[in-house]
Design a protein around this ligand. Structure first.
Ligand SMILES: Nc1nc2c(c(=O)[nH]1)N[C@H]1C(S)=C(S)[C@@H](COP(=O)(O)O)O[C@H]1N2
Ligand SMILES: [Mo]
Length: 250
């Protein structure tokens, strides 16, 4: 199976860290933070089981005729998003900042000019429904290489335009999923522009995880060293207010 080199590199680095022994681990606060919680143990074991696996992909004739919209079905009410929607997102741009060497503002045109990946995948929502849909966009890894992550960057946070009451939706992933080949910034769904109900103009597809990780209405991607101090500190809107896991593997 074709695995990207970056992933091999990450696994090799993780392996040697694991072999470094408990004393060294205890002396490394960042790594201790990564390894001790039950949730992280679950994540690590799931990663070992799935390895570099790709999520299953499907044929065009397997796409669901009705892919429902779930959670917020619009970001209307966010003045910035409203302004861009009124112009069909012609002057909208994605902000990429935080722990990067080169902060970026990428228009839809710029995102579409990058190498594109198309994938037909199954979306699994924890509320008990699934749907198969086709997504196109640049790999997140391509955008992150353009911005050039600083060494301290460990997480990517997706800041969304929509809110529930006063609270914005947000999500986050780690570098393994960020550089996974099926992790894309989708501007196209089933061959057409991403509909409002599905997160126009841009959403995350991180295909080995559950529905709530698939951030819609993404306005800004922030590279961070830690999720502490951000909203509820658990790395996502639902993670902050439910027992939903941060690593929501399928
Ligand atoms: N910004 C934002 N992203 C979001 C949500 C949301 O309410 N707001 N809901 C999540 C949940 S729970 C699911 S199942 C999917 C739904 O995606 P869909 O509307 O394309 O079906 O988006 C996820 N991403
Ligand atoms: Mo969901």
């Amino acid at each position: 199976m074709a695995e990207p080199i970056s992933r091999r590199g990450l696994i090799a680095a993780g392996g040697s860290l694991l072999l470094a022994g408990c004393d060294k681990l205890n002396g490394n606060p960042a790594l201790r933070g990564l390894l001790i919680s039950a949730e992280d143990a679950h994540r690590a074991s799931q990663r070992l089981l799935t390895g570099g696996a790709l999520a299953p992909e499907f044929a065009e004739n397997q796409r669901s005729p009705n892919f429902r919209s779930n959670g917020n079905a619009t970001a209307a009410g966010n003045a910035e998003w409203d302004r861009h929607a009124a112009e069909n997102f012609a002057r909208w741009s994605l902000r990429v900042d935080g722990l990067v060497m080169r902060p970026l503002d990428l228009t839809l045109e710029a995102l579409k000019a990058l190498p594109q990946r198309s994938q037909i995948t199954r979306h699994d929502c924890v509320e008990g429904w699934s749907a198969i849909g086709g997504w196109t966009g640049p790999q997140l890894g391509t955008v992150l290489r353009m911005a050039s992550l600083l060494p301290a960057a460990r997480y990517l946070v997706f800041h969304c335009a929509d809110r529930f009451g006063p609270t914005p939706y947000y999500e986050s992933i780690d570098l393994i999923d960020a550089f996974h080949p099926q992790t894309i910034l989708a501007h196209t769904m089933n061959g057409g522009p991403l509909p409002t109900g599905h997160g126009a103009p841009l959403r995350l597809r991180v295909e080995r995880q559950l529905g709530y990780k698939q951030a819609k209405y993404v306005m800004r991607i922030e590279a961070r060293a830690s999720l502490a101090g951000l909203y509820g500190g658990k790395g996502g809107f639902w993670e902050d207010r439910s027992d939903y896991a941060w690593y929501a593997g399928i």
